[in-house]
Write a protein that binds this ligand. Structure first.
Ligand code: NAD
Length: 286
């Protein structure tokens, strides 16, 4: 069996191009481009790379990027004051706080302070609650990118046995909810699951987001399963996913590569969410 590689790079590029076209068409009427404020606190090297990717995507999409790079000593009061200012700024459609934050800053209170209509990461309790209710307001970018890849490659999930390994608030949980909303039969595994292979080996579609390099080996995967690898970790000087990509060749029906699979879709979905927030804001202006 030849394993199909489910690339995300090209789809992400096309998605950003589509956003750019829509932005160009709307801008004349709106009198301004969409605005995205990304707040980065401190100098975490991975976060700096992610923020620069987001800025580059904004440029490609015609979105005005309003990044704020703040020192690691920024206080809770300063963060909340900045968010209140951005909430009230009519030129800002999206606000994103790059995680992780330094330990003295409480991410929950900061995210709760963001206007839910500007919460382009979809992490605000209101947006998470909507997702749980199947209403899907602003959907978190990585799970939304996974769903876009499923649709692009014509992989149906309704009625399928699917397994999500990883249950974080930013990936595993929202992804599980999106899959339940699409009528998949979902099992969720995490660090306390006694034997994840009991579950992974039954999955028709396996999603993994743990950050444990090569956790998912061939013997844990059903022959002919589809594997979505969301994990990103370093192995020596290489970036790898949660799945043993080479070991699964000729065994899985299809697999997303790391890098080049789900990763680029995350940034593309941030552009889509910012465009959606912009369109909603334009509707509110008389
Ligand atoms: P996290 O650390 O918050 O959560 C990890 C989850 O995996 C937890 O639920 C934990 O219980 C589970 N887990 C950890 N080790 C496990 C094990 N041995 N067996 C079973 N479950 C285990 O991480 P996160 O923020 O959800 O990110 C997960 C991975 O996805 C990371 O590698 C991260 O870099 C990557 N990520 C990728 C993108 C992207 O755009 N592709 C976006 C966000 C996160």
């Amino acid at each position: 069996m030849e394993t199909e590689i489910l690339w995300g790079k090209e789809l992400a590029r096309k998605t950003i191009e589509r956003v750019a076209q829509e932005v160009a068409a709307l801008q004349a009427r709106a009198g301004r481009p969409p605005g995205l404020a990304v707040i980065l606190v401190g100098k975490d090297p991975a976060s700096q790379i992610y923020v620069s990717h987001k800025e580059r995507a904004c440029k490609q999409a015609g979105i005005r990027s309003l990044s704020r790079r703040l020192p690691a000593t920024t206080s809770m009061e300063e963060m909340l004051a900045l968010i209140h200012r951005l909430n009230g700024d009519e030129k800002v459609d999206g606000i994103l706080v790059q995680l992780p934050l330094p330990p003295h800053l409480d991410p929950s209170s900061i995210i709760e302070a963001i206007d839910p209509t500007k919460d382009v990461d979809g992490f605000h309790p209101l947006n998470m609650g909507k997702l749980a209710l199947g209403e899907e307001g602003m959907v978190p970018c990585t799970p939304k990118g996974v769903m876009a890849l499923l649709d692009h490659y014509g992989i149906p999930v309704e009625g399928r046995e699917v397994v999500v390994v990883g249950a974080s608030n930013i990936v595993g949980k929202p992804l599980s909810l999106l899959l339940v909303n699409r009528m998949a039969t979902v099992s969720v595994c995490h660090i306390k699951t006694r034997d994840i292979s009991l579950y992974t080996s039954k999955a028709e579609i396996l999603f993994t987001a743990t950050g444990v390099a090569h956790l998912i080996k061939r013997e844990m995967v059903a022959r002919g399963a589809v594997v979505f690898d969301i994990g990103i970790s370093r192995m020596g000087d290489k970036i790898v996913g949660d799945a043993d990509f080479h070991g699964l060749q000729g065994w899985a029906k299809a697999i997303t590569p790391v890098p080049g699979g789900v990763g680029p879709m995350t940034v593309a979905m941030l552009m889509v969410n910012t465009l959606e927030a912009y369109k909603k804001r334009l509707e509110m202006v008389p």
